[in-house]
Design a protein around this ligand. Structure first.
Ligand code: SF4
Length: 481
């Protein structure tokens, strides 16, 4: 059977490793279930030197070296596959995930060391690759959902891979082959009292996909709307408008958490779903989940992702009763105009209501916001500050970023290239943390202005924002409304 080394990339050099990589742990479990010999090198947990990465790659004769992640891991993956090509000359190097899925031709061009790129979901695709490796086959033309190099060096993108329908057929993640002790040292999350006290925190997924279609969302493409089209003589990825949400049965989710508690003594759970509360709107699912959770997982606190338009008092009260301590909202803005143009499916009233209801239910709302929307204006910025004051919340907005895979990426590709001297790879390398500004897509503000305005927003300094608005308008021969 194939000998596989999975490498978990460093996500953010400045951040501590707090989240066991869920997808990678699932893929490792799947590969082991198929009988392959699996090792994990968790660079995010261990933070190795280049020499150590080289030594690990030399330590065995890996048939396959597999890595991948979101685009924020691009820099580390680039370095790692380059080391891997030197250290493990005969290994098949496979890379997948959000960093390659929307722009496979570009990434394969930037990373000549990668033999096969997985485009879209990897569950079925990676197992087919490993099966071919076992059989000594290297005809990749029949494996859907990959991009590979033909014998004459051309890049070939195969047809899209269908999504795995029965997600309950997935084995539980192979958490035990990851350095959980390191992750548990960083279990405490500054999100709620309960999450701060967590000593053994783990993340799980109950659903895959989200019914919304925000223009800045980089999840698009991994969750159901990816297709491929032939144009100008080559096949390319097409992100369509289709959305597909799959979910585990309540039994699967509760058994997963119960087994994590039994095996690792976990005391806090993060639901990594794109939109966990949207799943809770499925009454049959939620009732059954609640019943099973109270029976088997009572006492375990948890946090999850939410959308303002998906919550109501009834659901929030029930979530609290199940041990929910915080809900992570992508509120993004309190300007109706901005929310509408971002395709958020919410407005300022719904956002405010969700925050108030969540606090009233005894759950801490985590209000994520963005600054630098294409239509960002003094009105929208002031609306944010006023809403925060009124609701009694604080936020340090992320900068609007046109991640590959998002609708913004396609709309603002020319602008991105202009800001990076035509070098797309430089943009990919800069995508480490959305708290940094990487590409300014705002029509009204330059980068320096956005940085300064964010500072004033965080301080709630409405007076200075208005002072600057006056100066801004004067220099343009206008006056404030
Ligand atoms: S609600 Fe969140 S996960 Fe869903 S499309 Fe919008 S940003 Fe993406």
């Amino acid at each position: 059977m194939a000998k596989v080394l999975f490498i978990n990339p460093v996500i953010r050099e400045s951040g501590k490793p707090a989240h066991v990589p869920y997808g990678l742990a699932q893929l490792a479990a799947l590969a082991m279930r198929e009988g392959h010999k699996v090792q994990v090198f968790d660079a995010n947990a261990w933070r190795p030197s280049d020499k150590e990465i080289y030594a690990v790659l030399r330590a065995d004769r890996w048939d396959v070296v597999a890595t991948g992640g979101l685009v924020t891991t691009y820099g580390f993956i680039k370095k790692t596959v380059s080391i891997a090509r030197k250290a493990a000359k005969n290994s098949l190097i496979v890379a997948g995930g959000g960093f390659i899925t929307p722009i496979p031709h570009e990434v394969m061009g930037f990373l000549p060391e990668v033999d096969i790129g997985i485009v879209g979901e990897a569950y079925i695709t990676l197992m087919e690759i490993l099966k071919s490796v076992d059989a000594g086959e290297d005809d990749w033309s029949r494996v859907k959902g990959i991009i590979y190099r033909s014998p004459d060096g051309d890049l070939v993108l195969n047809r899209e891979r269908e999504l795995l329908e029965d997600v309950d057929s997935l084995p539980f993640p192979a958490w035990d082959i990851f350095p959980l002790d390191i992750y548990f040292q960083n279990s405490s999350l500054l999100l709620s009292e309960e999450s701060m006290l967590a000593k053994r925190h783990i993340g799980v997924m109950a659903s895959y996909g989200c019914p919304f279609r925000c223009k800045y969302c980089f999840h698009l493409g991994l969750s159901g709307e990816l297709s491929t089209v032939e144009s100008n003589g080559r096949r390319d990825v097409l992100i369509t408008g289709r959305r597909k949400v799959r979910h585990h049965s309540p039994e699967y989710v509760v058994d997963l958490v119960r087994s994590a508690k039994k095996r690792f003594g976990i005391d806090f759970v993060s639901f990594y779903d794109e939109n966990f509360v949207a799943l809770c709107r499925n009454k049959d699912w939620f009732d059954e989940f609640s019943r099973r959770w109270l029976k088997s997982c009572r006492g375990i606190h948890w946090g999850a992702t939410a959308h303002a338009a998906m919550v109501n008092e009834n659901i929030l009260r029930k979530l609290k009763g199940l041990g929910c301590s915080h809900l992570d909202y992508g509120l993004e803005s309190f300007s109706d105009e901005v929310l509408l143009s971002a395709g958020k499916g919410s407005n300022s009233r719904i956002n405010s209501r969700a925050v108030t209801m969540t606090m009233d239910a005894g759950i801490r709302p985590i209000p994520n916001q963005i600054i630098g929307f294409p239509d960002e204006s003094f009105e929208s910025i002031k609306a944010d500050v006023l809403a925060w004051k009124k609701l009694g919340i604080r936020s340090n907005p992320f900068f609007a970023t046109p991640y590959p895979g998002s609708e913004w990426y396609y709309s603002y590709k020319d602008l991105i290239l202009k800001q990076y001297g035509g070098d797309l790879q430089l943009f990919l390398l800069s995508l480490g943390d959305a708290k940094d500004i990487t590409c300014n897509i705002s029509k009204n503000f330059n980068t320096v202005e956005l940085l300064g305005l964010r500072e004033l927003m965080v301080k709630g300094d409405l007076k200075r924002i208005e002072d600057y608005e006056e100066t801004y308008l004067k220099t343009r021969g206008r006056t404030a409304r």
